[in-house]
Write a protein that binds this ligand. Structure first.
Ligand SMILES: C=CC(=O)SCCNC(=O)CCNC(=O)[C@H](O)C(C)(C)COP(=O)(O)OP(=O)(O)OC[C@H]1O[C@@H](n2cnc3c(N)ncnc32)[C@H](O)[C@@H]1OP(=O)(O)O
Length: 334
């Protein structure tokens, strides 16, 4: 790839016209790329719940059309006008609005801003980076947030909701590796053995979570990582132990939060918001380095499946239906 304008690259594009919104595979010229100072040859992307929403044409993720979805990518720098990166550098990009406000990772080429990129931490591989992806990066930020708020293994069980999903699976593996007693809550009882293999000490069904009947439930969790939101998050807050912390990362079950102030003012429970999209650079690099050091490679491999770009439209339906376990790597350029 020389960067000349007569070259074409393959992309999965979301298009909108009078017939509606749909996904199309297209061969695009370099001139179709958005503005940015750095051209990257994309090797892999990944599939997150948010990508499922975007590729299925659901409202709220893509801010314009046509657009290339894919909120994650890893690849090699082809050229960088700012001088921050050299041709051949291996870089990771998650968040910052790619696959939402500007073109994302489901294409052979991406033009992005140099300050969004993180170096691939050695000795990791590009495939490893996308096995982690936004979901795993979000899980790492949630674990760091609990640690920052003094949640330590001696403070008792840590609850992970949506545990068989991407964020949940990585959170279970990271917490177990750090010595926590993890209770994994899932809507898929058939995944109990899988969750135990990642290190969960207990696996409970979604329906077995403490019901939100009163503002304060029996104290149980030293900490919580929640991808579900809604009544699940409210119930988790109400059953968190005094001075415990809850990291809220998602809304797979709802965006409402039917809670009261009692857990906060009577138990000092801390509710921490996790936003991986705009996470500052020093925190990003620290999180990626920690993932490279502490996320057990065997568990990451066990939770990851690899698919070609062509499979993304079908996989998008599956992730929205709660049928995707763990993480999905998407082969873009190999
Ligand atoms: C991937 C993370 C992000 O995108 S972070 C980016 C910034 N944050 C956001 O944009 C928030 C919006 N994103 C989300 O809400 C994400 O969906 C997520 C953070 C909640 C999870 O993303 P992930 O890629 O891990 O999704 P999965 O589909 O792999 O897992 C979801 C998990 O939740 C269960 N679930 C689905 N629907 C419901 C429901 N109605 N009630 C309860 N639980 C639900 C789903 O089945 C998975 O867990 P399981 O163990 O199967 O119960």
């Amino acid at each position: 790839m020389t960067g000349e304008t007569n070259e074409f690259f393959r992309a999965l594009r979301m298009v909108k016209d009078e017939a509606g919104i749909r996904a199309e595979f297209q061969d695009l010229p370099l001139s179709a790329l958005p503005e940015g100072d750095t051209l990257v040859q994309v090797q892999y992307s990944s599939l997150n719940y948010k990508d499922g929403l975007a590729v299925s044409g659901k409202p709220g993720v893509l801010r314009g059309y046509p657009m290339t979805p894919g909120i994650d990518l890893v690849g090699k720098v082809i050229s960088c006008e700012s001088g921050q990166w050299q041709p051949g550098d291996a870089v990771i990009l998650t968040g910052w609005g790619i696959g939402e406000r500007t073109d994302g990772g489901y294409a052979g080429l991406a033009r992005v801003r140099s300050e969004w990129l993180v170096p691939l931490p050695p000795p990791s591989t590009p495939q490893w980076a996308m096995s982690v992806g936004t979901a795993g990066f979000t899980a790492m930020l949630a674990v760091l947030a609990l640690e920052d708020h003094c949640v330590t293994p001696d403070r008792g069980e840590v609850l992970v909701t949506g545990a068989a999903g991407g964020v949940g699976s990585v959170a279970v593996a990271l917490l177990a590796a750090a010595g926590f007693t993890v209770t994994a809550s899932t809507g898929r009882p058939a995944e109990a053995d899988y969750l135990r293999s990642l290190g969960a000490a207990n696996v409970i069904g979604r329906e077995d979570l403490p019901a939100l009947k009163r503002p304060l439930e029996k104290e149980r969790w030293g900490g919580v990582i929640d991808s579900v939101g809604g009544a699940t998050l409210a119930g988790a807050i109400a059953s968190t132990r005094t001075h415990g912390a809850v990291a809220a990362c998602g809304l797979a079950g709802g965006s409402d939060l039917p809670t009261s102030v009692f857990p906060f003012i009577l138990r000092g429970v801390m509710l921490i918001g996790i936003d991986s999209v705009t996470c500052p650079m020093h925190r990003r690099q620290a999180a990626w380095e920690r993932l490279a050091r502490d996320l057990p490679a065997e568990q990451l491999q066990a939770m990851t499946q690899i698919h070609p770009l062509e499979d993304v439209p079908a996989l998008a339906q599956q992730i929205l239906a709660g049928q995707v376990r763990g993480r999905v790597v998407i082969e873009v350029g190999g």
